[in-house]
Design a protein around this ligand. Structure first.
Ligand code: FPP
Length: 248
């Protein structure tokens, strides 16, 4: 099976899963965390080197306070319970987004987990928290403008690499595959720059029901796709090569 280096997932459908069972939405998020544990384990086993999960968007702050608090609590609980596994499986935690907006307790445990796992090298678990791609691009633009104002960067030196390096994902490869669950076919302000050449896969399954089988189904489909990066078939015989810029 051809394995993506970087897999990104929009975990969607927790609320609907709960509503279908007349349960509170948070029960869906609870089950969603179990799916996170399954998928992280499976990705690590498959040799995926970077897994990015959209755990909380900038827009999610607008949900009822009770749901926001419950999600923050689940995040803290998840990190606490997974540290031992991350250490034994060589998983390094990273965060993208405005993590400084998170409540103090969640922020503290996030920082601790990032610090504790920083020398792990087998897989990066990259959590998008308080993340929105336009916000990320705005922050990157401000950073580059400040660098230019300070005389450290000439405007004509701002190229693809400079922009990529100013994003929260600096240093990570672009995602090879994006999975979105629950049948919605939108990008929803996720990794807008980084998804330029990413293969997109939409699963009908709600996130709490997503499992190893569904993941393998997505990876099998990915294996059948030919990525051309704007070139023609004969030019891209080796898989996942990334020819230079400027293709469409
Ligand atoms: C989408 O379902 C899911 C979220 C907004 C949150 C995802 C969070 C988790 C799986 C748990 C916390 C994360 C970690 C990493 C521990 P939805 O509520 O938008 O579902 P709906 O569209 O059916 O309402």
């Amino acid at each position: 099976m051809r394995i993506p280096r970087h897999l990104a997932i929009i975990m969607d459908g927790n609320g609907r899963w709960a509503e279908q069972r007349q349960l509170p939405r948070i029960a869906g998020h609870h089950r969603g965390v179990e799916t996170v544990q399954t998928v992280v384990k499976e990705c690590r086993g498959l040799g995926i080197t970077c897994l990015t999960l959209y755990a909380f968007s900038s827009e999610n702050w607008g949900r009822p306070e009770e749901e926001v608090n419950a999600l923050m609590g689940l995040l803290a609980e998840y990190l606490r319970s997974e540290l031992a596994t991350m250490m034994s499986r060589g998983i390094r935690l990273k965060v993208i987004g405005e993590a400084n907006r998170l409540p103090a307790e969640a922020r503290r445990i996030l920082e601790e987990t990032v610090a504790s796992t920083r020398d792990n090298h087998d897989m990066i678990l990259n959590l998008a928290l308080s993340y929105g791609a336009r916000n990320e691009l705005v922050r990157a633009a401000r950073h580059l403008a400040n660098e230019a104002l300070a005389g450290r960067l000439a405007p004509e030196d701002i190229d693809d690499a400079a922009v990529a390096g100013a994003l929260d994902t600096a240093g990570l490869p672009d995602p090879d595959l994006l999975i979105r669950t629950s049948g919605e076919m939108r990008i929803s302000n996720f990794l807008l720059w980084q998804l330029a050449y990413t293969e997109l896969y939409f699963s009908e399954v709600l996130w709490p029901d997503f499992d190893e089988r569904e993941l393998r189904r997505a990876l099998n489909e990915y294996g059948r796709r030919q990525r051309r990066f704007g070139l023609i078939g004969e030019q891209v015989r080796t898989d996942d090569c990334c020819p230079g810029e400027g293709h469409h």
